[in-house]
Ligand binder design. Structure first.
Ligand code: ZN
Length: 315
């Protein structure tokens, strides 16, 4: 998961020396690809790092178009964190364009990847997902690993290892921060399991717009049905939507959800046609702005949990 570490540190020192002052000299310049990962990096890095997040709050990393500023920020970074599993299809070209030769930490290293083919394929669907760039190249892995708190702890461990290698002097701080945050994640994990256990098993079924909750489903025993695949790039076919509507009626699914990174119209149409209630907005791939309900990873998971359990309990 680390690349050219020693070379990177030498290169990065040179870059910092000639930097224009955008990054305070005493902070480690760090880049994370998207807001959720940025939160993990902030929690571990604390005030030793200056973090730039490429795809910010409410942004859709699946379809992001990098800017020259992104390349410039990567060029200045001492370490870069990415999700991997095909999430950031634009990353390779961006790194090449930036000339950055430093370490790129794949934060999902060690995660047991789920395949993109989720529940819907068990119901007789055989159509292949569009061979869009990024996803097929990675064997159709589902990139949304952060939706399981057990995986979030692996992200945190990988972030800690990366920061310790890039900034050895800071390692005691990073280790302490990671341990404190992991304890918070343990509490969050227990809370999710407890709340989901209060929902009768037959009622643990909801609709979301894109297939972003496979890891949550796998970890906590909730079934998510979605008209589109694991990337927001793909579009649901009329046939897929019709099948999903039949399934919602047959299985009496009570709630459908919109997501902060997807077009809401399709889910609204499904709600109208089935009479299912719209349960609110789930935060799947990005945090909210700081004044929103999901400004951190833990807040995001609690917000989603509250909406999901209320909808599944039919309240
Ligand atoms: Zn997604």
């Amino acid at each position: 998961m680390m690349r050219n570490l020693m070379g990177a540190i030498v290169l990065a020192s040179g870059v910092i020396a000639s930097a224009t002052g955008a990054v305070a000299a005493d902070k480690i310049p760090v880049v994370a690809t998207f807001s959720i990962l940025g939160d993990f990096v902030t929690k571990v890095g604390g005030d030793r790092i200056a973090l730039r997040t490429i795809v910010g709050p409410e942004g859709d990393a699946h379809v992001y178009q990098p800017t020259p500023k992104d390349a410039a920020d990567i060029a200045k970074a001492r370490i870069v964190f990415a999700n991997g599993l095909g999430f950031e299809g634009w990353m390779e070209r961006l790194v090449a364009a930036s000339g950055y030769k430093g370490p790129i930490v794949v934060a999902t290293a060690g995660v047991k990847a789920l395949k993109a083919e989720a529940e819907e394929h068990e119901h007789g669907k055989t159509e292949q997902k569009d061979a869009k760039e990024g996803h097929d190249a990675h064997g159709g892995d589902d990139p949304h690993a952060w939706q399981s708190v057990a995986n979030a702890k692996l992200y945190v461990a990988n972030v800690k290892t990366g920061l310790c290698q890039a900034d050895i002097a800071g390692c005691p701080d990073y280790t302490k921060n990671a341990a404190a945050y992991t304890a918070e994640l343990n509490a969050l994990e227990t809370e999710i399991k407890t709340r989901i256990a209060q929902v009768p098993e037959t009622g643990r079924k909801v609709i979301t717009s894109h297939d972003a909750f496979g890891y949550f489903a796998d970890a906590y025993g909730v079934t998510f049905l979605a008209p589109t695949g694991v990337s927001t790039e793909s579009e649901a076919s009329a046939k897929d939507v019709a099948k999903l509507i039949d399934q919602i009626r047959a299985e009496k699914v009570k709630a459908v959800f919109v997501e902060n990174v997807t077009d809401t119209r399709l889910v609204e149409q499904i709600a109208r046609e089935t009479g299912a209630k719209i349960g609110g907005t789930l935060y799947s791939d990005a945090l909210s702005k700081t004044d929103g309900p999901a400004a951190s990873y833990a807040a995001m998971m609690r917000h989603n949990l509250t909406l999901l359990s209320a909808a599944m309990l039919g309240s």
